[in-house]
Structure formats: structure tokens, C-alpha cells
Design a protein around this ligand. Structure first.
Ligand SMILES: Cc1cc2nc3c(=O)[nH]c(=O)nc-3n(C[C@H](O)[C@H](O)[C@H](O)COP(=O)(O)O)c2cc1C
Length: 253
């Protein structure tokens, strides 16, 4: 079994590690220009961004050639839009003649920090039984269950993913403060290789997916978003190390 994953703050890597199999980071596949995947079972594990998947994942799904008898898609999400994200990805694969056998989602800590206080969000989710949810999905996958998540969408706004992505990325901006230590962590966790350190200050290119990894992993909290509720609280899945995020995402090694 091959598990292809994308993560910015570790939730999806946490799920991927539970499933076992051969874990492969999608940003590393893109970096290596590797778009041919073959195995008896293949899974894609990704976060919901704006009721769809991250841009890098959408581009990957348009290109990847998957040969398998069992393709499953799992998304972790913080509020809603999981159903929409899975539907869009499944339709993309179907249009390309690739069958999807199973889709499901796991509710986890929401890392989209501009719209709430991150400390409240972590507290809100602390009693979720995430491991039980993941284990149930793992049982399904190991028995190659056929299932497509069927859940009401939270809104009837047409193309909600386009509306959300446009309004949110216009409204919120990443800001660089004065006290950068030049540690380069932001450049290493960026799955797009979109951040460069010049004179010990991060500079952003124009391929940002807005994954917010640079902000969450910034050691000095130099990177912030305008109008944040709590610039002092950041998130990384407590079971995932920074070195694992870097290994998954770093584009310049
Ligand atoms: C840019 C961005 C947009 C997001 N949009 C949504 C969303 O529309 N719905 C939702 O439920 N969660 C949303 N989230 C939350 C993530 O899907 C969730 O926290 C996920 O578990 C993060 O996975 P990771 O830790 O592997 O990066 C968003 C997060 C980011 C950074």
C-alpha cells in the first residue's frame, strides 16, 4: 500500500502514519517530477483548504497516473467542507478515467488561525477521539471497503471553494515582523519552496498555497497574519516533530 500525503501542521502525517504502508510526501513527488504511482492499494491524504484541497494537490491530481485496484481519499478538516473537497478530487480522477473506491474524513484541530483564537481551537478539540476515527477508517481500507462519503454540504453557495479561496486570500496577508532570528525554518517547511531568506529576513514568492506552515512553525512568532485573534498561539500536531514536517516539505535539498 502506498500512502501519498500533504501536511503543513502534521495532522495528515499523523493519519498517514497510523495507516502504515509506504508513506510518500506529495511535495517531494512534485519536486522529483514523479507522477507514476502503482500498487495494490493507493491512498491520498490531504487537508481541506477553503472547502477543497490545497492548490499543489489539485495540480498533482490533474497530473498523477495511478495504477491500482483500490484508490482511497482521506481528508482531515477543522470545520466543514470535507464533503466538497472529496467530491471535487473524486470528480477530477473520474474525468481522467481513474476510479475512486473509498472517501472519508477526520475532524481535527483547525489550523486556519486568522478566523479564531488558536488556543480556543486546541481546547475545543482536546476531547475528540481521533485515534478511534482513524482506526475505523484503517479497518475499512485494509478490507478494501467500497464507500463514498455522503454528507450535506454546509452551504448552498455555488462554487463555495472558489468564493472562499478568493475572499480569504484577499482578506488575509502574511506579515514579517522585526525579530526574525534567521533560523530558516519557514523556508524548510514551505511545500512550494516559496520562501527565501535574504539578509536574514524571509521573502515570499508568488506560489503561496496559504498553508500557514511558515507561521505555525516560526520559532520567534515573527510571522503573523493581519487581524489575528491570538498571535502568540501556534499549532503543530503534538505527535509530529518539526523534523518530520521539514522532511515532508523542504524543496531545496
Ligand atoms: C488555508 C487553509 C484553509 C482551510 N480551510 C478549511 C476549510 O474550508 N474547512 C475546514 O474544515 N478546515 C479548513 N482548514 C483546516 C485544515 O483542513 C485542518 O486543520 C487540517 O487538519 C490541517 O492538516 P495538516 O495539519 O496536515 O496541515 C483550512 C486550513 C488552512 C491552512
Amino acid at each position: 500500500m502506498k500512502i501519498l500525503y500533504y501536511t503543513s501542521t502534521g495532522n495528515n502525517l499523523f493519519i498517514a502514519k497510523h495507516f502504515g504502508g509506504d508513506l510518500i510526501s506529495i511535495p517531494q513527488l512534485v519536486k522529483a517530477n514523479e507522477f507514476n504511482i502503482e500498487d495494490d492499494a493507493v491512498g491520498i491524504i490531504f487537508p481541506v483548504f477553503f472547502a477543497t484541497s490545497p492548490k499543489l494537490i489539485r495540480e498533482f491530481v490533474e497530473k498523477v497516473n495511478i495504477k491500482t485496484d483500490y484508490l482511497f481519499l482521506i481528508t482531515s478538516y477543522g470545520r466543514d467542507g470535507d464533503q466538497n473537497a472529496l467530491r471535487i478530487m473524486k470528480e477530477t480522477f473520474n474525468k481522467r478515467g481513474i476510479n475512486v473506491n473509498y472517501t472519508n474524513s477526520v475532524l481535527m484541530v483547525d489550523n486556519f488561525l486568522p478566523v479564531f483564537d488558536m488556543a480556543d481551537e486546541i481546547e475545543l478539540k482536546k476531547d475528540l477521539n481521533i485515534i478511534d476515527e482513524i482506526e475505523k477508517i484503517k479497518d475499512d481500507i485494509l478490507t478494501k471497503k467500497e464507500y463514498i462519503l455522503d454528507k450535506e454540504l454546509f452551504t448552498d453557495v455555488e462554487n463555495i471553494e472558489v468564493v472562499l479561496e478568493t475572499t480569504m486570500t484577499e482578506k488575509y496577508h502574511i506579515q514579517v515582523g522585526e525579530d526574525c532570528s534567521g533560523c530558516e525554518v519557514c523556508t524548510k517547511v514551505c511545500p512550494r519552496g516559496n520562501i527565501e531568506l535574504i539578509d536574514e529576513k524571509p521573502y515570499f514568492g508568488d506560489t503561496c498555497d496559504f498553508c500557514l506552515g511558515c507561521i505555525h512553525h516560526c520559532k520567534t512568532h515573527t510571522l503573523t497574519i493581519n487581524d489575528e485573534a491570538n498571535p502568540n498561539e501556534r499549532y503543530r500536531n503534538p505527535n509530529i516533530k518539526l523534523s518530520e514536517i521539514i522532511k515532508s516539505n523542504w524543496q531545496r535539498v
